[in-house]
Write a protein that binds this ligand. Structure first.
Ligand code: ATP
Ligand code: MG
Length: 347
């Protein structure tokens, strides 16, 4: 998690709440000792690097504009924002918040023992009444959720139902995923015999998350009961969500969860959940014909593929062309509509 220093564009709450942290995508504000406001920005990251494109709120024109921070002459900014809004009126990258809210509610109904950090999707009342600026308020309402502030377990709890990405890369080399031996002859994109818990480290700002064996993750977590609960919950949440996604024609290939602990060591699902940032969503109808190849997807893969194509994987300071940014956003919106039956509108 990055402290303010490498934040590209700050979510502007006009100083109404203290900012406690700023991640690659989200800014966190303190409501009180036990409660945070979790706000999704338009920053987009891939391969652990934030792209140098952001949408920013221009308080003078009272509009959200897409800017490129590199070579951001006024002319270029204007061209950028006009084109995006003309051609891509639904250009939205803050969708992850809407997905999280949908899934927190869904999962809480399906898994009664599950505790989550989600409280509600809204701003605190005093912030709403003091903010003044109505269009900023409208945008912030869609981007925000109130959550319980917890101690974060220093492991990213990845679950894979299908073999792809870094799991596929390891398997090609050694026949294993996170050190777990798998049957030979699997093809890229194939379904695994059963979903696997394949944790990674939660690297400090600027560093890369590293896949680790389940044993290593248990060591990092420390408490054996907590570790077991995290592994079991991760698999249960994945299975529950994958089933729901399949009903609407989406394969949940893999996903990443984070967990927090209460002072009583109770395990709580935190962060964003089952969003296109943290998951791979594939259209089910084209999956089989694409086994052994790259799968089309409703997630950030579109952007990742472009970065790899351009030789820009993992490079700092990349400005993504607006068509790539917009197509990524369109994909985010499509899967949301399939899941919820609701269309997202740009704020
Ligand atoms: P990281 O690599 O640390 O996850 P990030 O760049 O992915 O950073 P973001 O996703 O932008 O960060 O911001 C969310 C941050 O908030 C994460 O560091 C996450 O661990 C943390 N977080 C999520 N839920 C909670 C919570 N309930 N209490 C405290 N911190 C939380
Ligand atoms: Mg994160």
């Amino acid at each position: 998690l990055n402290m303010a220093s490498s934040t590209i564009v700050d979510i502007d709450l006009k100083g109404l709440l203290p900012k406690v942290a700023s991640g690659k995508v989200r800014d966190l504000f303190a409501i009180d000792d036990n409660t945070l406001l979790f706000v999704a920005s338009d920053r987009i990251s891939a391969y652990d690097v934030v792209m140098q494109n952001v949408r920013s709120y221009n308080s003078r024109s009272q509009q959200l504009i897409l800017i490129s921070l590199k070579g951001n002459s006024r002319k270029r900014r204007t061209a950028y924002s006009n084109e995006v809004y003309t051609n891509f009126p639904n250009y939205i990258l803050f969708t992850p918040n809407a997905y999280s809210v949908y899934w927190f509610k869904y999962l809480q109904n399906r898994i009664p023992t599950l505790k989550t950090h989600f409280i509600k999707q809204s701003l605190p009342e005093d912030v709403e009444s003091s903010l003044g600026d109505q269009s900023l308020l409208g945008s912030l309402q869609k981007r925000s959720m109130q959550v319980r502030r917890l101690q974060i377990v220093p492991v990213e709890s990845i679950v894979r139902g299908y073999i792809t990405g870094s799991g596929w890369a390891e398997y090609k080399k050694s026949g294993t995923v996170n050190g777990i031996k798998l049957p030979s002859g699997l093809l890229e994109g194939q379904q695994l015999p059963k979903p696997l818990w394949t944790p990674s480290t939660k690297a400090e700002a600027g560093a890369k998350d590293e896949n680790i064996s389940p044993e290593k993750a248990r060591e990092l977590i420390g408490d054996a009961t907590v570790a077991k609960r995290i592994e079991e919950l991760s698999l249960e949440i994945y299975t529950t969500a994958a089933k729901r996604a399949e009903e609407v024609g989406i394969i949940l290939a893999d996903t990443k969860f984070e967990f927090g602990l209460t002072s009583e060591n109770e395990v709580v699902l935190v962060d964003e959940v089952l969003t296109p940032d943290s998951s791979r969503f594939w259209p089910k109808d084209t999956w089989e014909q694409n086994i052994g190849k790259q799968q089309p997807s409703f997630d950030k893969q579109y952007l990742r593929d472009w970065l790899v194509d351009q030789g820009l994987k993992g490079k700092e300071g990349v400005v993504i062309p607006e068509n790539i940014a917009a197509q990524t956003a369109v994909k985010y919106g499509e899967a949301y509509q399939m899941l919820t039956g609701e269309k997202l509108h740009a704020a």
